[in-house]
Design a protein around this ligand. Structure first.
Ligand code: FAD
Length: 495
């Protein structure tokens, strides 16, 4: 008789845990409260258009331990088409001044030096840090299973990178830019506005472009929905059971051992192991009633900042709108969409480059902006509907400014708010990537096991500040490595 593993949540972390669990011979069931799997990694169809919510970049599209995971979980297979954009993003200010971030660091360095020759040495220094960060190699095994030899083996490759981590691991982007001492107002203005005005970790910024430079952070054609769907396919092919439209209310615990789950309809599902890949706060403080909280967890949930949620306004355009740069970020002073002041600007993503996103001759476009949870939390239904209407109006005006004359071609408009995200995924306060990566927490993570609770594990973005698809999927693999160790069986991973 194989042992039973029940997984709460069918996002990327839950699906990954499910795949490795089934691959290792456990009877596995994923319980997902929504009608589809994927969690944050999702998209929806409206009148022939597909509106993607998640995928911009996927670390591990070409190499390394994340790449192995994507192949093992069927995210990347022989038919997957990967798109590497030459331009990471184009940034425009209110006066129409343009600033480009190239994916290739050599190209970006040349561009920056031409733009600000007075900052040549600072630019070179920053780009050297970024090139070194491309050496970052994720570990294949869970931290609990590593021996000192594993760390030593990584050392020669990681040595130049360790220096970058030592120097900037506890610095914010703002502090990093100060240290580089840029003189050009244009560079200072863009860098500080885009990345420098919060606690945003310097390392996160440095690493991001390192991965792009390596062509190891591409976009997968088809976007988020087929990506999650391919994982479901693999899970079911391995004999796993997906249960949709079922919400887990409580984790069943007897004598500090997890024994299964209770669903909101009263159903009891027994299991030998329970993994929660659902929202971290709900798992720890609601499903487990806050009975298994370590000092680290207590500190994190009380002190670490969360990602500010976003609003996404999607447009279906009855016209082909070719573009050179898919993602344009606007920085602005004193602009509003609905009740949100656009302190962090807004972005417009044109999906023309992915032909699966709209019928032939048409285009899907998404406008996104950050909007604090406090604005949405207490909004009643009437105010909510009025706000959605105002957002549609304001966002449409900004789209018309970007693409003059587009107005008459808009045939579908769709607004997804922080409330939408909370409703469909249960994510705390709409923090779609969990804890915000700051200088305080970027080098930290939360443990997959809770103190004194046996046969229970956590997976997913809430363990790793910064969140993201790769660490979420990786935690699913690591959890099963731990369960295999406990069962004294060899962990296997097949493609
Ligand atoms: C707009 C946007 C853009 C992003 N862009 C990128 C990107 O380009 N690259 C990248 O790497 N990452 C990106 N991310 C982040 C990435 O999507 C997330 O970090 C990742 O998908 C989190 O996966 P997860 O499985 O840990 O959690 P989730 O996706 O939140 O999954 C949790 C699942 O649990 C289910 N659930 C919750 N409670 C219960 C319950 N009680 N019972 C049953 N089921 C439950 C939910 O419905 C959900 O399916 C983006 C996210 C967003 C929203």
């Amino acid at each position: 008789m194989s042992k039973k593993v029940v997984i709460v949540g069918g996002g990327v972390a839950g699906l990954s845990a499910g795949i490795y669990s089934a691959m290792n011979g456990f009877e596995t069931e994923i319980i997902e409260m929504h009608t589809v799997a994927g969690g944050q990694c999702t998209a929806w169809d409206r009148k022939g258009y597909r509106f993607d919510y998640c995928l911009h970049w996927l670390v591990g599209t070409s190499q390394g331990a994340f790449n192995e995971i994507w192949k093992e979980t069927n995210v990347i297979n022989d038919d997957t088409e990967i798109i590497d954009h030459e331009i990471h993003s184009r940034i425009l200010d209110d006066q129409g001044n343009e600033f480009i971030i190239y994916s290739n660091i050599d190209q970006w360095e040349k561009y920056l030096i031409e733009l600000a020759p007075e900052d040549k040495s600072s630019i070179k220094k920053m780009c050297t840090d970024m090139r070194k960060s491309a050496l970052m190699e994720p570990f294949e095994t869970a931290p609990e299973l590593r021996n000192p030899l594993d760390n030593i083996k990584m050392l020669p490759k990681m040595l130049p990178l360790l220096n970058v981590i030592r120097k900037y691991g506890r610095m914010t982007c703002g502090e990093y830019f100060e240290k580089l001492n840029f003189k050009s107002d244009k560079i200072k203005n863009i860098f500080f506005t885009m990345y420098g005005d919060s606690d945003f970790s310097a390392l996160f910024f440095i690493f991001m472009l390192g991965w792009y430079h390596q062509k190891n952070a591409g976009y997968i054609k088809g976007g988020s929905y087929p990506m999650a769907h391919r994982m479901v396919e693999k899970f079911e092919k391995l004999g796993g059971k997906m249960s949709y439209k079922k919400k887990v209310e409580k984790i069943i615990v007897e004598n500090n051992v997890a024994k299964g789950v209770f669903l909101s309809d009263g159903t009891k599902i027994e299991a030998d192991y329970v993994i929660s890949a659902a929202d971290g706060y709900s798992t720890i403080f609601k499903m487990l009633d806050g009975k298994y909280v370590s000092k680290e967890i207590d500190f994190a949930y009380k002190n670490w900042k969360l990602f500010t949620p976003i609003v996404q306004v999607s447009f279906g355009i009855n016209k082909s709108i070719p573009c050179e740069t898919s993602n344009v970020s606007h920085i602005c002073n004193d602009k509003w969409i609905g009740k949100t002041k656009l302190d962090k600007g807004y972005s417009i993503m044109n999906y023309w480059f992915d032909t699966t996103m709209a019928p032939e001759g048409k285009t899907s476009i998404a406008l996104r902006f950050e909007s604090p949870w406090e604005l949405w939390e207490m909004m009643d239904e009437a105010a909510y509907q009025a706000e959605k209407l105002q957002i549609t109006k304001d966002a449409t005006a900004l789209l018309e400014k970007e693409y003059p004359g587009i107005l008459e071609f808009i045939e579908v408009t769709d607004v997804a708010t922080p409330k939408t995200d909370v409703k469909y995924t249960g994510v705390k306060d709409g923090a779609y990537e969990g804890f915000f990566p700051s200088k305080e927490n970027l080098m930290k993570s939360l443990k997959m096991q809770l103190p004194k609770l046996r046969n229970f594990y956590m997976a997913g973005q809430w363990l790793y500040p910064g969140g993201g698809l790769p660490p979420s999927a990786q935690s699913g693999k690591w959890v099963i490595q731990l369960i295999c160790k406990k069962e004294k069986q060899k962990f296997v991973a097949d493609k």
